[in-house]
Design a protein around this ligand. Structure first.
Ligand code: UDP
Ligand code: MG
Length: 315
């Protein structure tokens, strides 16, 4: 019998976990597959870990991995990918925003059609503040223009993959992880399954507007070199402009003399160019900072506790 692993990152999900567990087991039991549930407790400060321990006592299909602190969802997903070895692997949120009811259809597509993964895409953003939706749409438009990697608008991390694809994801060992980009970069044939967005069943979203903005900027810097190219082109354009201006000043001096005037505009220009230089130095700094973190080669996560002794604790 083929085996399915479900990876579920959890950060302070004590309220949603019992509901999720009931739903997901009832769906999986109805299918003809062997399965395991791999929960990653991403340094929760509520009772997530004790609930997971309790569930795992009664259900041997549960693996829990508890991080030493909050490393973020990307690290949690990576820990999941590194610790499974099944025919099919899915990542899903614990809050029921990734409906377990879609799993049978996703499995059927991988079994019967010529695809390596089934990814989900929400077709609406109900329950989300309009400003957040607007910024999200702008982000997807921008990143698809300036990056070679295809990043689909509305794509969720919820996807089911064949083993080969998971191995490819695991082989991408970068420290600054942006899964939406990684999935696009590794390629493979992906079937996009649209579904209606729903609100989380319990608890709160862990994403503040600031965290999302940072995530979007990380995505751009990790998957595009365009900001650096823009900086160079701007530099070339301004140099060209300054030569033209120089020519203009020399001609004016020769034709009309040189009355002392225009200091205010000079200050404006100096400030404008100074600002631009600072901005582009900041852009370069961002890339340098990413490189700095990569070059340290720190582990992606540290596991404090798990019920699976074969898992590597520091990775
Ligand atoms: N999550 C995590 N670590 C974090 C933040 C979130 O493991 O630092 C998990 C969270 O428990 C949930 C999933 O990632 O299962 C998605 O989080 P959330 O529902 O807050 O995001 P949203 O659906 O609002 O994008
Ligand atoms: Mg959610």
């Amino acid at each position: 019998m083929k085996k399915v692993s479900l990876i579920i990152p959890c950060y302070n999900e004590e309220a949603a976990l019992p509901i999720f567990y009931c739903e997901v087991t009832s769906v999986m039991e109805s299918l003809n597959y062997d399965y395991e549930l791999v929960f990653i407790d991403d340094g929760s400060s509520d009772h997530t870990l004790s609930i997971l321990k309790e569930l795992s006592c009664n259900d041997e299909r549960i693996t829990y991995i508890s991080f030493s602190r909050n490393y973020g969802k990307e690290a949690a997903m990576y820990a999941g990918f590194c610790s499974v070895n099944s025919d099919y692997v899915a990542v899903m949120d614990a809050d029921m925003q990734d409906p377990p009811a879609l799993l049978p259809k996703m499995l059927e597509i991988l079994e019967n059609k010529n695809y390596d993964s089934v990814a989900t895409r929400r077709i609406n953003r109900d329950g989300e503040p309009p400003v957040r939706s607007w910024f999200a749409r702008c982000f997807y438009r921008l990143i698809n223009k300036i990056s070679d990697t295809d990043i689909v608008d509305g794509a969720r991390d919820f996807r089911l993959m064949k083993k080969e694809m998971v191995e490819a994801v695991v082989s991408m060992e970068e420290y600054n992880r942006f899964s939406k980009g990684i999935f696009g970069w590794i390629g493979f044939r992906t079937y996009w399954l649209p579904f209606e967005n729903s609100e989380r069943v319990a608890g709160n979203s862990k994403w503040s507007f600031w965290k999302l903005t940072k995530y979007a900027l990380d995505g751009i810097i990790n998957f595009s070199e365009a900001p650096l190219a823009i900086a160079s082109w701007f530099g070339i354009f301004l140099s060209f402009l300054s030569f033209v201006a120089l020519g203009f000043i020399v001609i004016r001096r020769l034709c009309f003399g040189d009355p002392v005037a225009g200091w205010a505009s000079t200050i404006c220009i100096i400030m404008f160019i100074g600002g631009l230089q600072m901005f582009f130095m900041g852009v370069m700094g961002q890339y340098l900072a990413k490189n700095f973190m990569e070059s340290k080669r720190r582990p992606h996560y540290i596991i404090a506790e798990t019920n699976n002794t074969t898992i590597k604790k520091i990775h």
